[in-house]
Design a protein around this ligand. Structure first.
Ligand SMILES: [Ca+2]
Ligand SMILES: [Ca+2]
Ligand SMILES: [Ca+2]
Length: 156
């Protein structure tokens, strides 16, 4: 059995699994997998899908069973996906591609997202994130900030 996940997480993954399993067959075909990936903005060609399937389809029946699906989840949650995603977000802010985000850019992006920030909030974020206090957020600082925000609440 899978030991890496709490019951809540497994429950959560089961829901994702079921939402990917369009025809409710109890497993995910390569077609359903590529559809699901496209839906979250990851476009993969059929070769890549085959590669993924080959990797994770342990019993080689051409479909992902839930157990197999959990294996991917275990592999991908932490490392690769998160970093790629963060990089993309970072690049939205860092439009001039300087490798740093200036407070003004945060303000600008948040405003264009319909979530304007006042200076106070901005200072707070910079105060929290700008560890070397150069007035800019590097990718490392940005990552640490985002991960801190995303981290699940510790037990109270
Ligand atoms: Ca299916
Ligand atoms: Ca299988
Ligand atoms: Ca900095």
């Amino acid at each position: 059995m899978v030991e890496k996940f709490s019951e809540d997480e497994i429950e959560n993954y089961r829901k994702i699994f079921q939402s990917m399993d369009k025809d409710a067959s109890g497993n995910i075909s390569s077609k359903e997998l590529s559809f699901a990936l496209r839906k979250v903005g990851v476009s993969v060609n059929s070769e890549q899908i085959d590669d993924i399937m080959k990797d994770v389809d342990v019993d080689s029946d051409g479909n992902l069973q839930f157990e197999e699906f959990l294996q991917i989840a275990a592999k991908s949650t932490k490392d690769v996906d998160a970093e790629e995603e963060l990089k993309e977000i970072f690049m939205i802010f860092d439009r001039e591609n300087t490798g740093f985000i200036a407070p003004g850019q945060i303000k600008h992006v948040m405003k264009s997202l319909g979530q304007p920030m006042n200076d106070e909030e901005l200072y707070e974020i910079m105060g929290e994130g700008d560890r070397d206090q150069d007035g800019l957020l590097s990718f490392e600082e940005f990552t640490a900030l985002m991960l801190a925000k995303e981290a699940p609440k510790q037990q109270t």
